[in-house]
Write a protein that binds this ligand. Structure first.
Ligand code: AMP
Length: 496
């Protein structure tokens, strides 16, 4: 199945329902299908083999995603915030691209001698064109190429084929299940898998999408209220900014029934503050990777409520869990020798299923002989099948031969009342192999010194897990999709 089939189904089921934009003047699914066919004609006429998109999330993105699918070429959304050098580096991976770039980013591509259109000019051409039909290709063709975040290594282009993305949607979303007034607010950038997953699943469910191009907490709250938004997805740094903006006040968003978060570990302090600020909203933690076509485990609203209300420490701990695997995805925790671990025992997470691609452009297959993909996340399951993610295995600090997961030390630091954000990294050290450096952002008006924070950790964890140095910062470096840039902190600690 091609992802364009999802659009065809939505159009056949509900042609006049607004799919994108305001209720009064938005684009219906039938109009979206027509324009996507026009985009396919333009792509075909240009002889392009890939459609590159460098733009903020907005109404053009769904049109381009389906337009590329109807033209039988992959869409390649790229991070428009990258430097000109990094962007042209990424394009070294692309073949005969047609580039669609927001006005602000178009210059870089034109300077590199590429065929560039703005969304406005491309859509005008698409409206004038006769929609292309019959070019869409097979389920096995690449639908999207997405560059991974590259927090630990140079970015790689993950290949998601039509069959991966359609499996994800068919397994996790009920067709046409949205009520007529359901509205989702999309604020995650198009170059992140959650941006792609959100277009496909909301269109298939029949839920209207409204967009916030550049995230800002005040605008996010205003848009939720003015558009009567019923569901939204945010990365942890966005939720942290919303909570900070509210500063203890309730969010006052009566229509918002569901708020999903994911993409990185959620600090428990932020989640607890958010649960207080959004008392009428159901929270969902969604865990997934680019290589797994988005979400593979979910902790739903009932689990959040049960964990909050429970006196049982094992149930209460589930507020920090990524929930249970979604249908169709199998999971194993393995140790370094590949032995499958029992519940409660940590190791690395391996997953398998029709939505798992695990393929990078220009690289050999990443799945093992039985089709399992190594997520490289440290994790364990509890007795009831709840998944706990402790961060990337590559971030493990090895100090004096002992393996230390940064998340364990970060969680303890975050429990200190003066600490707002914490990041712990390993820095090369002649004596210990690596020493532990903690970067800390304190709450406004709070003061704490390095020695007290070291004592705080020493009293709660073993002495060997105590940070050797504590560095205070005004802010920590994150990607726009909420991932901590640990490499930058390691470099900063080495320079100090
Ligand atoms: P990416 O493919 O760049 O989106 O990165 C995927 C990685 O983000 C995963 O391997 C996890 O380390 C992390 N991640 C994604 N979602 C969650 C979540 N809900 N909780 C904790 N970590 C997450």
């Amino acid at each position: 199945m091609n992802i364009a089939m999802l659009l065809d189904m939505a159009t056949a089921g509900n042609p006049d329902r607004v799919a994108i934009g305001s209720r009064a003047s938005g684009t219906t699914s039938a109009q979206l299908r027509r324009t996507a066919g026009g985009v396919a004609a333009v792509v075909h006429r240009a002889g392009a083999r890939e459609l590159v998109f460098a733009g903020v999330n907005g109404s053009a993105f769904p049109v381009l995603l389906f337009g590329a699918a109807l033209a039988g070429v992959p869409l390649v959304p790229v991070n428009y915030r990258l430097s000109a050098e990094a962007l042209t580096g990424l394009l070294g991976h692309t073949e005969k691209p047609l580039v669609v770039a927001d006005e602000a980013f178009a210059g870089v591509f034109a300077d590199a001698g590429l065929d560039v259109r703005t969304p406005t000019s491309l859509l005008a051409e698409a409206h004038a064109a006769t929609p292309a039909e019959g070019l869409e290709g097979s389920a096995d063709d690449p639908a999207v190429l997405l560059f991974t975040s590259g927090t630990t290594a140079a970015p790689k282009a993950a290949v998601l084929r039509h069959r991966h993305l359609t499996s994800y949607v068919l397994q996790t979303v009920e067709f046409a299940s949205a009520a007529p007034d359901d509205t989702v607010l999309a604020s995650v950038p198009p170059y992140h898998i959650a941006g792609v997953g959100s277009v496909l699943s909301n269109l298939y469910a029949g839920r209207r999408m409204v967009h916030l191009g550049a995230f800002e907490p005040g605008s996010w709250l205003r848009l939720v209220r003015s558009e009567g938004v019923t569901s939204a997805m945010v990365v942890p740094t966005m939720l942290a900014r919303i909570v900070e903006h509210l500063d203890g006040r309730p969010a006052e968003v009566p229509t918002l029934r569901s708020l999903a978060y994911g993409g990185a570990r959620m600090p428990h302090t932020v989640l607890e503050a958010a649960l207080r600020a959004f008392p009428g909203t159901g929270f969902t933690n969604a865990y997934g990777l680019t290589e797994t076509s988005s979400t593979i485990a979910l902790l739903g609203p009932d689990d959040h409520r049960a964990a909050l209300a429970s006196d049982d420490p094992a149930v209460r701990a589930r507020l920090g869990s990524a929930g249970r695997m979604v249908p169709g995805v199998e999971a194993q925790i393995r140790d370094a020798s590949g032995n499958v671990q029992l519940p409660g025992v940590p190791g690395e997470l391996w997953v398998r299923g029709p939505q798992v691609s695990g393929e990078y452009k220009g690289a050999a297959a990443q799945l093992d002989a039985d089709g399992w993909f190594h997520t490289r996340d440290l994790a364990h399951f509890d007795e009831d099948g709840y998944l706990f993610i402790a961060g990337r295995a590559d971030d493990t600090i090895i100090r004096g031969g002992e393996n230390i997961a940064p998340a364990e030390v970060e969680d303890v630091l975050l429990r200190h009342p003066a600490v707002r954000e914490a990041a712990v990294v390993g820095v090369p050290d002649e004596e210990w192999g690596e020493r532990i450096a903690a970067f800390v952002v304190t709450h406004e008006g709070s003061a704490v010194d390095a020695e007290s924070l070291r004592a705080w950790v020493r009293n709660r964890l073993r002495g060997s897990k105590t940070p050797d140095v504590v560095v205070f910062r005004e802010e920590l470096p994150y990607t726009p999709t909420g991932k901590l840039l640990r490499r930058r902190l390691v470099a900063a600690a080495q320079d100090d």
